[in-house]
Design a protein around this ligand. Structure first.
Ligand SMILES: *[C@@H]1O[C@H](CO)[C@@H](O)[C@H](O)[C@H]1NC(C)=O
Ligand SMILES: *[C@@H]1O[C@H](CO)[C@@H](O)[C@H](O)[C@H]1NC(C)=O
Ligand SMILES: *[C@@H]1O[C@H](CO)[C@@H](O)[C@H](O)[C@H]1NC(C)=O
Length: 510
């Protein structure tokens, strides 16, 4: 009895301490090379160990909300690949800084007025281990797939919440599990999971793990509210059938070719059964070949190194290979390689080739990863963000071929069904000028879920202008396009992106 009272006293005491020290001070980022101003909110970063035995660690960077961090939603962000680092989102899309390239090396950082941290805390995670700054001592961990990545990420979520709620002092007194048995509702911030491209697989599979954990009473209880997927890989047939109607609707192929292809393929473009269909599809490929796959309106940045790439297993658009052909200064980042697949090389069951594998080269054309590569491979930056130096965690690459990744979860539609039926809110958004995971596929699969339309197709407005179109379904499933945006929506349309993001998090109509 005495022991019990003693423990309760201890716990109450530690609760008081916890309120003041709820985040790990040794993870606090106090300065960043390239930035001289003050931080608008607190930043934390470091590793969470997923497996002690194999030294498997996932790297995170948490940007606290610049609004009200104790109340605002917490959003976990994932880039795709597989093999691409979530620092893509941090550096190029919706992070707290805009990175300005300089002649002297390290980029200069300026505050990003459209950072998603304006309205939420954002947790960028490099996943799976082997990607970005995440690594494992035992490299057999680098052989992975959809299902293992989802369970590892779930483990990460549980651990980081414990880390941030029970750091230090509390851990000494009682174990984290005990703490959450006593205070199961502690994570009160609404929690969302978001990502784009191959994260169209990561997001629903992780959300499903979290949801199953909640149902099974796993502690800490995560306050999952919903998820967001941008230009996300979802389903072999729907995504594989998306290119031909997209190319036709965008005026990239003729009416004749569209009709002939549709006839020869019988509407099945993703898995051609007839030689005549295959030939028509090759004609379509030739027509769209020179375009920037990530935004058909943008030129493709060409770099001379990859011209000689040989041994390419999957036919690549020549825009990836005819390099050195463009000398125009480019207005925005137009080398956007590595977030998904080349034309029609859509995601199938089994091993998914990484980008460097597809190109037989570590140089990635059509992608400008320069400022991120410069910054994240600088040892002073590594030290400032609590990352291991290069001799421990390896070089940072936008997209790595260090992992061997299997697509083993099949179509994502069954995950979306389960999650939305349980009441989690889903936003499926799509930059409508992306040819990599075209909106036509996302529009078709959301419609094919068979849910009743509750908000009929209509324009949505940002700053008084039509920013795209949306259709809302029952069970809180929303499809949304962003007019004129490419594959990585917030990079092209930061104002509009912050706008729909804020409205979705707040549970408002977009
Ligand atoms: C890695 O490099 C750092 C200097 O950046 C050095 O202090 C450390 O001993 C090295 N570690 C290993 C494991 O080689
Ligand atoms: C979806 O829910 C059903 C019924 O509870 C279950 O049998 C199935 O395994 C779930 N699917 C996934 C992908 O979790
Ligand atoms: C949709 O989301 C809203 C806002 O969170 C919620 O009130 C409502 O119950 C949800 N509807 C369904 C069908 O889950």
């Amino acid at each position: 009895m005495a022991i019990i009272w003693y423990r309760v006293g201890f716990i109450l005491l530690s609760f008081a301490v916890l309120v003041a020290h709820s985040a790990p001070q040794n993870a606090l980022v106090s300065q960043l090379p390239g930035y001289s101003g003050s931080f608008p909110s607190k930043h934390y970063s470091g590793y969470v160990t997923i497996n002690e035995a194999t030294g498997k660690k996932l790297f995170y960077y948490l940007v606290e909300s610049e609004g009200n961090p104790s109340k605002d939603p917490l959003v976990l962000w994932l880039n795709g690949g597989p093999g691409c680092s979530s620092f893509d989102g941090f550096v190029y899309e919706h992070g707290p800084f805009n990175f300005e390239k300089t002649k002297q090396g390290l980029p200069k950082l300026h505050l990003n007025p459209y950072s998603w941290s304006k309205v939420s805390s954002v947790l960028y995670v490099d996943s799976p281990a082997g990607v970005g700054l995440s690594y494992a001592d035992d490299t057999s961990e680098y052989i992975t797939g959809d299902l293992k990545t989802a369970t590892d990420s779930h483990d990460f979520v549980l651990k980081i919440i414990i880390l941030f709620l029970c750091y230090g002092i509390v851990n000494v007194l009682i174990s984290a599990t005990q703490w959450f048995e006593l205070y199961p509702e502690f994570l009160s911030n609404p929690f969302f999971i978001a990502g784009e491209s191959y994260a169209g697989v990561y997001v629903p599979t992780l959300a499903n793990e979290v949801a199953k954990g909640i149902d099974a009473g796993v502690k800490p209880v995560i306050n999952l509210k919903g998820y967001m997927v941008g230009n996300g890989v979802t389903d072999e047939a729907f995504d594989g059938n998306a290119l031909v109607p997209f190319a036709h609707g965008m005026g990239l192929i003729s009416d004749d070719l569209y009709q002939e292809t549709t006839r020869e393929c019988n509407g099945n473009f993703y898995n051609p059964l007839e030689r005549s269909c295959e030939e028509k599809l090759q004609e379509v490929d030739r027509e769209v070949d020179g375009l920037n796959i990530y935004d058909i309106l943008e030129p493709c940045y060409h770099d001379s190194a990859a011209k000689d790439a040989t041994d390419i297993k999957i036919r690549l658009p020549s825009s990836f290979l005819e390099l050195g052909a463009t000398e125009r200064p480019l207005p925005v980042r137009t080398r956007l390689f590595g977030r998904a697949w080349p034309l029609r090389a859509n995601v199938r069951e089994g091993i998914v080739p990484t980008w460097p594998e597809l190109l037989s080269s570590s140089d990635v054309p059509c992608t400008d990863d320069e400022v991120a590569t410069e910054w994240l491979n600088n040892e002073a930056v590594r030290a400032a963000i609590n990352a291991e130096p290069k001799n421990v965690s390896g070089d940072w690459e936008l997209c790595t071929n260090r992992i061997r990744f299997s697509h083993d979860a099949g179509s994502m539609m069954k995950y979306h069904r389960n999650l939305t039926m349980k009441g989690y809110r889903a936003l499926i958004f799509s930059g409508d000028h992306d040819m990599c995971v075209p909106f036509t596929g996302s529009e078709a699969w959301t419609r094919a879920m068979g849910y009743k339309i509750v908000d009929k197709w209509r324009p949505w407005i940002s700053n008084g202008e039509v920013a795209g179109y949306t259709q809302g379904y029952e069970n809180n499933l929303t499809f949304l396009t962003i007019k004129g945006a490419g594959h990585t929506v917030p990079e092209y349309k930061p104002t509009e992106a912050l706008n729909f993001y804020s409205r979705f998090l707040a549970g408002k109509a977009i």
